[in-house]
Design a protein around this ligand. Structure first.
Ligand SMILES: Cc1cc2nc3c(=O)[nH]c(=O)nc-3n(C[C@H](O)[C@H](O)[C@H](O)COP(=O)(O)OP(=O)(O)OC[C@H]3O[C@@H](n4cnc5c(N)ncnc54)[C@H](O)[C@@H]3O)c2cc1C
Length: 289
């Protein structure tokens, strides 16, 4: 049973930030409730105030600008991102990732902001967005700040957001020319989180050597991890089977997976290696076309 709380329903972002500021020591934000309600029902979270931002339409949008890139409001649902013509046209990897996140029912309620703020290392959007160099804008009653998503996750289910802050927007830079970005999760059940997941983004030079590589590992440690040694191996190189083998091994060595009822640490390390090889190859081939 959920413990009693005061339900707060702001009608504007300004009001939401004021309410959050007033009650920040004992207030939890709820948006789609797809993750939070489970924790409330289990009694793992007890709060005096529940601030419902689901209907803050000011934070529900998908915009694109050549200079500033893609901006997605925090209360935009997974389903809206999956179905956005703009995202399908310019950021296909995001639409593909969303189409495999949970079920349509969950995607209709769950939001991108809620997913990122929940900070589950097995969440699908974070690895893809980190591989694309995304940032998040957070704000409180006293102002806003932008945090690289790379630095947003501080520990398991922990973020760099402070009390009184809301996640407002996700910002994704326009990818440079000759860039390929791909993502795959390995899951036992369709419509579920991955046992592990890997995103890779590769940018090529004119001579088909690698200019830039970003790899992000999901459910491979307490937070989404970037195996920097694996990334560095790729830069300046041409694609080869030997290179992929080395990159996969480095990513696996740089991960920190757990053993649980779904898979052993050893099996996860094996999957990280296989998926990293596959994703770097696929991103490279996409960049070359
Ligand atoms: C059956 C099922 C299957 C699922 N499968 C997947 C899957 O395959 N992949 C995957 O990635 N996820 C999966 N999920 C998780 C879920 O879809 C996401 O975590 C969901 O998107 C969370 O968004 P929400 O709006 O529902 O957040 P809520 O549940 O409302 O909130 C989640 C957390 O974020 C905080 N929060 C919410 N919005 C904000 C904000 N704007 N600013 C600050 N804090 C905020 C809340 O306080 C809470 O701590 C699944 C969930 C279910 C129930």
């Amino acid at each position: 049973m959920i413990a009693d709380f005061h339900y707060l329903k702001p009608s504007s972002l300004k009001e939401a930030l004021e309410m959050l500021s007033e009650h920040k020591e004992d207030c939890k934000v709820i948006c789609g409730g797809q993750s939070l309600l489970i924790l409330l029902r289990q009694g793992l979270i007890v709060t005096g105030h529940l601030l419902d931002i689901k209907r803050l339409d000011e934070l529900s949008y998908v915009n694109f600008d050549e200079a500033e890139g893609l901006k997605i409001g925090a209360t935009t649902t997974h389903r809206a991102i999956e179905k956005s013509g703009l995202i399908n046209d310019k950021f296909r990897v995001l639409a593909d990732m969303e189409s495999k996140l949970a079920t349509i029912q969950t995607r209709n309620w769950g939001t991108i902001g809620g997913n990122l703020a929940h900070a589950d290392p097995a969440g699908d959007p974070a690895p893809v967005l980190i591989s694309m160099g995304a940032s998040v804008k957070v704000g409180s009653a006293s102002g806003t700040r932008v945090i690289s998503l790379d630095e947003f996750y501080t520990d398991l289910f922990e973020t760099a957001m402070e009390e009184g802050e809301l996640l407002l927007e996700i910002q994704v830079p326009k990818p440079p020319p000759r860039t390929g970005t791909v993502y795959e999760k390995f899951n036992l059940l369709a419509s579920d989180q991955g046992i592990v997941a890997v995103a890779a983004s590769v940018t090529l030079n004119g001579d088909s050597t690698c200019k830039r590589a970003r790899i992000a590992l999901g459910n491979s440690g307490p937070t989404v991890l970037r195996p920097k040694e694996a990334e560095e191996l790729v830069v300046g190189q041409k694609l080869s089977d030997d290179l992929l083998e080395e990159v996969g091994q480095k990513a696996s060595d740089g991960s920190d997976p757990v053993s649980d009822i779904h898979a052993s640490e050893e099996y996860r390390r094996h999957l990280i290696k296989v998926l990293t090889k596959r994703m770097v190859k696929r991103a490279w081939e996409q960049a070359a076309t």
